[in-house]
Design a protein around this ligand. Structure first.
Ligand SMILES: Nc1ncnc2c1ncn2[C@@H]1O[C@H](COP(=O)(O)OP(=O)(O)O)[C@@H](O)[C@H]1O
Ligand SMILES: N[C@@H](CCC(=O)OP(=O)(O)O)C(=O)O
Length: 358
């Protein structure tokens, strides 16, 4: 096996403005995926495009709100999308399978491991998983920011070496990409926090999260040890060139060298399931943000809100409400509240169950 990689393809690459599938583009990408598969890469595809592809199929009989229209179009478009992938992969005798996920499918460790097992058994049998958010049932708080977030979660969960995010742009520019003075940023190292100033809120017409969400998730995933590349899916032979390290326009987020355990990877992507908040003082914050492996002790805690059980996910904040990380509590909320500020007690969050970062 050469490496396990997640490739995420945005709506803009897969569909045309009139809502039909961009079959030429899909076919060019599947040709490359087939070649990588033949060369022993393990591939997980995260594909957007269901909503955009559904729009050309039906004219709603009455005006729909945004939730209903997303539901209606995605149910129709997903069939088109997966059928086309099936046919294209079939030409290479490659079997693909569909996974439609909601955020809730990752909410407990049990759910998370279940998802992991499903993708693992597919890969072990030579099947390419094609993952998309289940737009028909994920609404509001159950929604991922977009498929960039889902692809990051999958890449860390499956211990992939690389995540490639294909959009309609070569990568991250130092300003508005249409401004000739902006230049492409080729490499972003862990801790390069100044880059976020360059990200505009503009996004492509079919995209959901825009570059901001790509940047946020890429930074987080690279800090967990997975290299992330943002590149243009319209560029000829893009995947092959990227994986052969040929000079090609793209932005690479260099992976952090520090290793992150599997349990921490799950915790890192679980902040939306947090049942409570643990506020820590300045000394505890400094210690946590330093280089040592530190647990959160009751003595550094100043306030606790929410109701939680032992093992539940809780958010960690400083006294100014800045989020510092997430972890699994070793106490129930009642027990934890009773030991705020006390010395010589077991950690409220043990280092092994603590993820620092956003
Ligand atoms: N600094 C930047 N560099 C590159 N692209 C940017 C930047 N800021 C905003 N963008 C926008 O982000 C868009 C890509 O995000 P998005 O529309 O969500 O695509 P996708 O459908 O592939 O997920 C680009 O087309 C571009 O307009
Ligand atoms: N699940 C949606 C994808 C939403 C999304 O994240 O789109 P994009 O920003 O183009 O990757 C769909 O298939 O239409």
């Amino acid at each position: 096996m050469k490496g396990r990689i997640v490739i995420k393809i945005g709506s803009q690459i897969l569909t045309k403005k009139d809502g039909t599938l961009n079959v030429t583009q899909m076919s060019a990408l599947v040709d490359q995926l087939a070649e990588l598969h033949k060369n022993n890469y393990e591939i997980i595809l995260v594909s957007s495009g269901a909503v955009a592809a559904g729009k050309s199929e039906i004219q709603p009989k009455f005006k729909l709100d945004s939730v209903s229209s997303r539901q209606l179009f995605s149910t129709i478009g997903q069939v088109k999308l997966i059928q086309r992938y099936y046919d294209l992969f079939k030409q290479y005798n490659i079997v693909c399978g569909q996974i439609l996920a909601t955020k809730d499918d990752f909410s407990t460790r049990k759910h998370y491991l279940n998802q992991r097992n499903c993708m693992k058994v597919m890969i072990e049998n030579g099947v390419i998983p094609i993952v998309n958010e289940n737009d028909a049932i994920s609404v509001n708080e159950l929604m991922f920011t977009d498929n960039d977030e889902l692809s990051g979660l999958v890449a860390t969960m499956m211990n992939c070496s690389k995540l490639i995010i294909l959009s309609n742009i070569d990568g991250i520019y130092t300003g508005n990409p249409s401004n000739p003075e902006s230049s492409l940023i080729e490499k972003i190292y862990p801790g390069d926090d100044h880059i976020k100033q360059y990200i505009q809120t503009t996004k492509s017409s079919a995209g959901r999260g825009g570059m901001k969400s790509k940047y946020n998730i890429a930074k987080k995933v690279a800090e967990e040890g997975v290299e992330v590349v943002i590149a243009n899916g319209e560029t000829l032979n893009i995947l092959i060139d990227l994986l052969n390290n040929n000079a090609i326009k793209s932005t690479t987020f260099i992976a952090s060298k520090k290793s992150t355990s599997n349990i921490k990877k799950w915790i890192a992507h679980s902040e939306d399931f947090s049942k409570g908040k643990i506020y820590i003082n300045a000394g505890a914050k400094d210690a946590l943000l330093g280089n040592k492996a530190i647990s959160i002790l009751p003595v550094g805690v100043v306030k606790i809100t929410g109701e939680f059980e032992e093992g539940d996910i809780v958010e960690i904040l400083d006294e100014n409400e800045n989020s510092i990380g997430v972890g699994c509590s070793s106490y129930t909320s009642n027990e934890a509240k009773n030991c705020i500020g006390l010395n010589n007690l077991k950690p409220i969050i043990h280092y092994d169950y603590l993820y620092i970062g956003k």
